[in-house]
Design a protein around this ligand. Structure first.
Ligand SMILES: [Zn+2]
Length: 355
């Protein structure tokens, strides 16, 4: 690790201003730049740290994230309440974005399941190579151009044939610190761009569910987790430990609103009431302890079960995302949810669990 310090407050503000400028003044002919920004932020959360130094990301890692973002968007969109045929939303002002077409095809070939595609290494690698190529020749070198000028605040300029980018000092730190803010900014810009494309206008009408379609967690798909998780909780609610009876909610332990990636090991089963009360908060340290214990003891068994049912999972990444979420919450002085309406201030006790 290089010797670096976390960026000073002014540098953090400068980072946010640069990002805002890039989104407001940059020229966009496709949504690749939006996907690239979110992909970089995700890799920082899953693999980076808070030391403040430079951080290297391979274009293949970016391609994986890219595919994950577009995977859910490469299906026909049907506007609710409008009696018309659905169509895949356009993500480019000219012809449909090549990545979307490639992913649509991959969806058809692999039963619409990303996990199934990943279990077919030749097909998965081929799609990744294709997307990596697009990232290299398109958004990677164009992203940091604003009004014909360079605004290289994220990474050092690339020529187009690199397999790795190096984030500048402080960038990984800022993306982890401002992850929620960055996500809101970029997703808002992405949505506005998709809405502005002519061909999408008739399809979208005044639809208000576009954000959920493009970025929401596939609620229906969560059902499959129930059968797997119930056994590891002995039929009880993960939080209050009372029996679940026949109804339960599949809860994102680290809330979807904080980190919108569905990794199998992040899920627990809870009463609807417990889930609703926890809402978008992190759970208290005693719950974190149970989550760590479950994944330490049964993580590999769960991996096998997720694999069998085509569920996306990455235990190591889940672990790191959880550590990141608690770190940021403590930094922000957050309160965490214990039970009913009880909130407690997060102390550093979580650190011993997530070493
Ligand atoms: Zn409960």
């Amino acid at each position: 690790m290089n010797m670096a310090l976390p960026p000073a407050a002014e540098e953090q503000v400068r980072f946010l201003l640069n990002l805002q400028r890039l989104l407001e003044e940059g020229s966009f002919v496709a949504t690749y730049k939006h996907a690239l920004l979110l992909s970089i932020a995700d890799v920082c959360v899953e693999k980076g740290d808070d030391a403040g130094g430079r951080f290297r990301i391979s274009t293949a890692e970016l391609a994986e994230k890219f595919i994950t973002y577009y995977w859910r968007q490469a299906v026909p969109y049907y506007s609710t309440g409008r009696n018309q045929a659905g169509a895949v939303l356009k993500q480019n002002t000219g012809r449909q974005a090549a990545v979307i077409s490639a992913i649509s095809k991959a969806r058809e070939d692999h039963g619409n399941s990303l996990a199934q595609l990943k279990m077919n290494p030749p097909a998965w690698e081929a799609l990744k190579r294709r997307v990596t190529e697009t990232i290299r020749v398109m958004p990677l070198w164009k992203l940091q151009t604003v009004g014909g000028q360079k605004l290289e605040f994220l990474y050092v300029g690339v020529r187009g044939d690199e397999t790795v980018i190096e984030l500048k000092e402080g960038v990984c730190y800022c993306l982890r610190l401002f992850y929620g803010l960055v996500h809101e900014l970029v997703r808002g810009a992405w949505l506005r761009f998709v809405r502005s494309i002519n061909e999408n206008k008739s399809l979208l009408g005044t639809a208000s569910d576009l954000s959920d379609f493009m970025f929401g967690s596939g609620r229906a798909a969560l059902e499959v987790y129930r059968q797997i998780l119930i056994e590891y909780q002995h039929g009880n609610c993960f939080y209050c430990l009372r029996p679940l009876k026949d109804r339960s909610d599949v809860d994102h332990f680290i809330p979807w609103s904080r980190y919108p990636v569905d990794f199998g090991h992040n899920f627990v089963l809870a009463h609807g009431a417990c889930n609703t009360r926890k809402a978008d908060r992190l759970a208290a340290v005693e719950h974190l302890e149970k989550w760590c214990e479950r994944n330490e003891m049964y993580g590999e068994e769960l991996t096998v079960a997720f694999q069998e049912r085509n569920i996306v999972h990455d235990q190591k990444a889940s672990w790191r995302v959880t550590a990141w979420a608690y770190e940021q919450a403590q930094l922000a002085g957050s309160f965490v949810w214990r039970q009913d309406d009880e909130l407690v201030k997060l102390t550093s006790a979580w650190r011993t669990l997530l070493r």
